[in-house]
Design a protein around this ligand. Structure first.
Ligand code: ZN
Length: 171
């Protein structure tokens, strides 16, 4: 028999003014993540700086009762400029939670030396040698979109422009 320790999982977000918002207290990590992700979809409506999922052992005194499972930081998105780009600091990955954007950065699943980045709107995908390079690629993409004055309502023209651009610059 496994001696089951009672644990709870607590997702929370930190607002720009420093206030912490607890999102509830859950018996499984999975549900804690679901609640947090659902909340982050709305993060463009508020200014958030950080979020985390913390595990607490129930009936245990002191700091050891608390284990931080994951921390994410919120930055301005390199592509859409909204404050909705969530970066997971431990196992590096990043995703824009703005519904119209979803720009992302992730370690390549086969080769951890490679950092992938992408923007689903135009199926943009690029392999990079470092996280910095991946971030720069997304900024370049965002700059081009801004320079062309393209908004999400004009995805068609964005696709055309990017097709033209990347057709010339195939590695
Ligand atoms: Zn974005």
């Amino acid at each position: 028999m496994v001696d089951e320790m009672k644990r709870v999982f607590v997702p929370s977000v930190v607002e720009e003014d420093g206030g912490t918002l607890g999102l509830g207290c859950f018996s499984t990590e999975e549900v804690a993540w679901q609640v947090l992700r659902a909340f982050l979809k709305r993060s463009e409506e508020m200014l958030l700086t950080k979020c985390s999922v913390v595990m607490w052992d129930v009936d245990r005194v002191g700091e050891e009762a608390m284990t931080v499972l994951s921390t994410m930081e919120c930055k301005d998105c390199p592509v859409c400029s909204r404050r909705t780009f969530w970066i997971d600091l431990e196992n590096f990955s990043a995703l824009c939670h703005s519904s119209a954007c979803s720009a992302w950065i992730e370690e390549n699943t086969l080769n951890p030396e490679i950092i992938d980045c992408g923007w689903p709107t135009i199926r943009f995908l690029k392999q990079n040698k470092s996280i910095d390079e991946a971030v720069r690629e997304l900024y370049k993409l965002g700059d081009r979109l801004r320079a062309a004055g393209i908004s999400e309502q004009q995805k068609g023209s964005a696709e055309k422009m990017m097709d033209e651009h990347f057709a010339d610059n195939e590695d």
